[in-house]
Ligand binder design. Sequence first.
Ligand SMILES: [Zn+2]
Length: 158
Amino acid sequence: MKNSGFVTGAVPPLDPSGRIHLMFCLGGGADARAAVTAWAAEALAAGRIATVVPDASAAEVARLVREARAGTRVLIAGPRREAMAATAAARAAGLLPCETTTYVTAVDGVPVFCPHCGTTGSVDAGPGDVVACGSCGLDLEIRPHLSGHHGAYLGAVA
Ligand SMILES: [Zn+2]
């Protein structure tokens, strides 16, 4: 199984062929912590070795990747900027793309509720912008007010 890309949305699974998994949580966001917690639980359930690094920096990622044994899988979770910097540091330290899973959390996006299909998606946009609903694909104009009920900005079909 190859996880060479950046993943958003649902937390991607562990690579089951890896025996040792290095997990980095960046940015301190709840989404990143939840992703790393899910990975650690998955690793334990599968009898794999998991090393979890909370509040990691790109420099720490590079150092630990250099010290890691061949075949170690690296999982990185965090907001886009931090996750990309950490992934770049891991690659520079010698990690192969197929050994890396990068989960980009939505903390730098905004939640938008779609009145057409009733789902809340996260988008890299702000109020007044028009975005496509991630679920049904309709164009939504993001209204300027946060809905407490939905915990999201309301989208209006544009
Ligand atoms: Zn929709």
